[in-house]
Design a protein around this ligand. Sequence first.
Ligand code: F0G
Length: 417
Amino acid sequence: MSAALACAACGRRFPVGSPLVQCPCSGLLEVVQKPRRGAGALRAAFDRRRVSDRVGQGSGVWRFRELLLPGGGPIVTHPEGDTALYRRAALARFAGVEDLAVKHEGENPTGSFKDRGMTVAVTHAVRSGARAVACASTGNTSASMAAYAAQAGLPALVFVPAGKVAAGKLAQALAYGARTLLVRGDFDACLRLAREAAHAFGITLLNSVNPWRIEGQKTIVLEMLQQRGWDPPDWIVVPAGNLGNTAAFGKALREARDLGLIRRVPRLASIQAAGAAPFYRSFRVGFRRRFRVAADTVATAIRIGDPASYDRAVASIRETDGVVAAVTDREILEAKAAVDAAGIGCEPASAAAVAGARQLRRRGLIRRGQSVVAVLTGHLLKDPQTVMDFHLGRRRGANAPIEIAPTLAAVARVLKG
Ligand code: F0G
């Protein structure tokens, strides 16, 4: 297998065993590789491993190992992936999209899609001799990194915006033993600081600027395609914050097409929260300008004003004839209530995907009869406070709990009401 790390900005190449996660020119690095096997053999291997896989131990990431991390060696896996693709009539009705499926990445071991990138990036970090790992995070990346670092026996350093991380996520970082810094600043400030600290103290940075994270996250798309018998949907809709997933999805689709795993490339729709929509603003001007904003949204996971994987994400949207849209916090909360009420459940940022599908259908971009897969990125229990605020408020659809005396009469009164 011929493989290398290539800089998208200056074109320099590095061996895949290199501990670099960013080019010295500060450009984004990308893994380039070409598996020796053709589409038929790869598909057969992926399908066989779906049933039994000794090397990947049942991981929905390592099943696709020819397309991830070249070379042999130990892997740090929980395992992860193998998440469900749900179809629910009520949700399809809500979105107005008859052929809607949601892929629930909240079913990963730490409750978000981040585990897919983390298993690959931590494996690479171990193989390339990392002494410690660090990340900035709106919560999920830190929860995932903390878990995988604990498994690998690596010290972990986390930078999160003070007061802006959902309770479930902060609890995880602490529980898994990461040294956790509550930074008085937003996510963008955290990422700047994490980059500086990683450079200054020789710590391996595990944000999605790390190209191995992107490799792992490609498997959300690969696994979804496999679940559909390699028949691509018309659209893939994904929430967008730091743009790691948008970057990874474009790369996955490009490679799947070039390898012959699929013939047709779905259109990618990246959905931002209206209060944190710099990528949407750029899309609106044909990507002629890059915007940076002061971000604010109820979906704290995507409260990001200066996304790091911007360049890669622009390529993904261009190559897939994709679109970028923005949804309001209200639309996000309504979509979340619909996902929750369907018995699936997700965190607020994830619901942006369903809100986005609904908006794109209403705008006629998603046409009647087209098939759509929306990616739910995180588990409902990540952010219990937002759930309680919604249901204890007086909104439409609120399901407030009822306190009663411990008597049958009190139960009867409730049932009658
Ligand atoms: N959904 C959830 C639940 C997330 O946690 C994130 C990002 C996104 C969507 C956006 O994905 O960054 O690839 O565009 N969370 C990061 C974190 C920033 O630190 O956990 P993206």
